[in-house]
Design a protein around this ligand. Structure first.
Ligand code: CA
Length: 675
């Protein structure tokens, strides 16, 4: 006999639980972090440290593009909902993989240029028979979970501005919370609550102040304006809520993580300096009204792209002899923060990776002790972490059983330099070329010293309990389970399971690609499944693809595992799906002045997606094929690869300018070829 019960008020998720001690028949994964505390922890334990050796592939499907697959799927009532680049969303029978419906919101391809870090999506929301999609073009769309037909749709952004949505919408009761990205493109960040039944706007909270002449929306904006100078609103300010949101239903507090400043270099957005609230902060808002309650700013006066948008985990734990309601975050800046989630009080903060921008946190003030050399001028300086962060969007997980947080950590270094000048809304105010000798030295150091690992972090003692080292940075999000297991996709193109208590590797399977997304687990008819999207790409690929030129990848796929699964992947294709074979570059025919013009144009228009000095990025342009060289103008101006995310630049680049960029890339290819 099966009872339906509300398993936890904190979760608001319906679990169908079998009576007495039998295993539950169906267990959902209905919200991106499973529960609103974003722990990414499942109580399921059929797959456990003893049985995991029998784990095999149950079913798989190929995904739509070779761009980053960052989504956490959802499972409700035996149906798995997955979403891919361009927000193409598909429902499958969660046990068999049979496709039930597919919905394409037909996002205009020009938004491919506005997404700083790939045309990705990190997941979906679910509310009362509806799947909730946050589309790249700023629409919030509810589709019928049974048919895939649109129920309602609202525009959450002004399509004339450079906003995009890549984060998963969160559904708390009848409220949907959704943020957006665009701090690299000159926008002002905000988060909005909508009524999940009909899409009606309930409240909106901006993260940075607007033009004082227009009046402040609330006291929090007025207070924040004191920490800015000049005409900051001209460049948007940034602080976008592009990923993590958590919720505590007892406190009725919504926690948002805010992003970097717009532009990156502080002097161009706030000439007198200042903290620039509420950039790079955790902010608590009243769930019903959206009113400000408290904030903690992780990186005052942020200018290294140190977003605090990484997932925030809520848990209760004993610290210093008393139970604390905490919120934990490992933002890009390299610290692991434990705060009191009722008050915002900083309980502790320690570094999870080597960093150079600060030496620690002054616990009396809660402020970082900065290394003044990290505040860069026009000559490049090496700062750690780089813009990829010590921890990025790839979710960390917390196990209440072990009391440990499992964090995908990266050690990164990057050259930062201010641009000579800045025009509001154009570029980052940060230079990506010039002083090439210094840049080359920094890049070589970064290549030699960057790495990644899975860290089991004790949030009470702020120490690392165990670590799984990887040869390169770039491994995936994490799932922890009551089976004493931690699952993670690895940069070694495998999917692996470790004992949660010791870190011992207990299972690993080659999967032909890198599952950078977070895995989920669910149960259908008494069988436990693990699902993960495997498709390398996203921000890390944008920033430093060069480090991965040896990566041999097969097609991106959704992979679903169960005990005794016997499905096999087709043989690995000989040609890598994502990182092409290298072709010798054409001879450089342009003069130095042309290359210099191309370099400046590249820095202003292309570097954000294609990397510092063309070293990597979403496509490594030093390694274009002869066919790509031949169709360069068709791609850049004609938009012939818009469906892949490369929208036309005909509105900002002339034919001559496009040619100058092409010459610069040929020069860069010749410089680095064979090195
Ligand atoms: Ca950013």
């Amino acid at each position: 006999m099966i009872f339906l019960l509300r398993s936890a008020i904190a979760a608001g998720l319906l679990l169908a639980v079998a009576a007495f001690s039998q295993a539950p028949a169906h267990v959902d994964w209905a919200s991106t972090g499973l529960e609103w505390n974003e722990q990414h922890f499942s109580p399921l334990d059929q797959i456990n440290a003893d049985t995991v050796g029998d784990l095999g592939l149950a079913w798989y499907v190929d995904l739509n593009t070779d761009r980053g697959q960052e989504a956490t799927p959802l499972v409700v009532d035996g149906v798995l909902y997955n979403t891919e680049p361009w927000n193409i969303t598909t429902a499958y029978n969660a046990a068999t993989g049979e496709q039930l419906w597919r919905y394409d919101p037909k996002v205009p391809l020009r938004f491919g240029r506005l997404a700083c870090c790939d045309i990705v999506t990190r997941g979906l929301g679910f509310h009362d028979g509806k799947v909730i999609i946050g589309a790249l073009d700023g629409r919030l769309i509810a589709v019928d979970a049974k048919t895939g037909e649109e129920v309602w749709s609202v525009q959450t952004t002004d399509p004339a501005d450079s906003y995009t949505i890549t984060g998963a919408p969160r559904v708390y009761g009848d409220r949907i919370l959704v943020g957006n990205g665009g701090a690299e493109m000159g926008v002002r960040g905000y988060v909005t609550a909508y009524d999940a039944n009909d899409g009606e706007l309930l409240w909106r909270w901006h993260t940075v102040p607007g033009n004082p002449a227009d009046g402040f929306e609330n006291a929090a904006m007025e207070a924040a304006a004191e920490t800015w100078s000049g005409e900051w609103w001209q460049s948007g300010g940034g602080g976008t809520v592009w990923d993590a949101i958590s919720y505590d239903p007892e406190l009725d507090l919504v926690y948002i993580g805010t992003g970097n400043g717009s532009p990156w270099t502080r002097k161009f957005r706030s000439p007198e300096g200042g903290d620039n609230l509420y950039l790079a902060s955790i902010v608590a808002l009243d769930g019903a009204s959206g009113e400000y309650r408290w904030h903690y700013q992780t990186t005052p006066g942020e200018e290294w792209d140190y977003t605090a948008t990484q997932n925030m985990v809520l848990a209760d734990m004993e610290i210093g002899g008393r139970m604390r309601q905490v919120i934990m975050q490992a933002p890009k800046n390299g610290f692991f923060y434990v705060l009191d989630r009722a008050t915002g009080e900083l309980i502790s903060a320690e570094t999870i990776a080597p960093i150079s921008w600060a030496t620690g946190i002054d616990m009396a003030t809660g402020r970082p002790v900065e290394n003044p050399e990290a505040r860069y001028g026009t000559i490049p300086v090496m700062v750690s972490p780089g813009a990829g962060g010590a921890h990025n969007w790839n979710p960390m997980a917390y196990s209440p059983d072990t009391g440990l947080v499992y964090v995908p950590v990266t050690e990164t270094y990057m050259a930062y330099a201010a641009a000579e000048s800045y025009e509001p809304g154009r570029g980052l105010g940060t230079a990506f070329a010039g002083h090439d000798d210094i840049r080359r030295e920094i890049a070589e150091y970064a290549d030699a010293n960057s790495k990644g690992w899975l860290s089991a972090w004790d949030p009470v003692t702020q120490t690392e309990r165990w670590r799984v080292p990887y040869a390169q940075k770039g491994s995936g999000g994490v799932l922890a389970t009551a089976g004493n297991l931690v699952f993670q996709g690895t940069i070694g193109t495998t999917f692996a399971a470790y004992r949660a208590d010791t870190g011992e590797k207990v299972w690993e399977l080659p999967v032909q690609n890198v599952p950078i997304a977070a895995p989920i687990t669910y149960m259908v008819d008494g069988v436990q499944y693990i699902a993960v999207n495997a498709g390398w790409g996203g921000g890390l690929a944008h920033v430093e693809r060069a480090a991965y030129s040896g990566l041999h990848l097969g097609p991106p796929r959704l992979l679903v595992f169960k005990l005794g699964g016997t499905t096999e992947l087709p043989p690995m294709p000989e040609e890598s799906f994502v990182v092409p074979e290298l072709s010798p570059p054409p001879a450089l025919e342009a003069d130095a002045a042309t290359v210099a013009r191309g370099e400046a144009l590249y820095g202003a228009n292309c570097a954000i997606c294609h990397g510092n000095a063309a070293r990597g990025g979403v496509k490594d342009l030093r390694h274009m094929s002869p066919a790509t060289h031949a169709s360069f103008a068709e791609i850049v101006l004609g938009g012939s690869r818009a469906a892949n995310g490369m929208a036309s630049f005909a509105d900002v680049l002339s034919e001559a300018e496009s040619q100058d960029i092409h010459h610069y890339l040929i020069a860069r290819a010749n410089e680095d070829w064979g090195n």
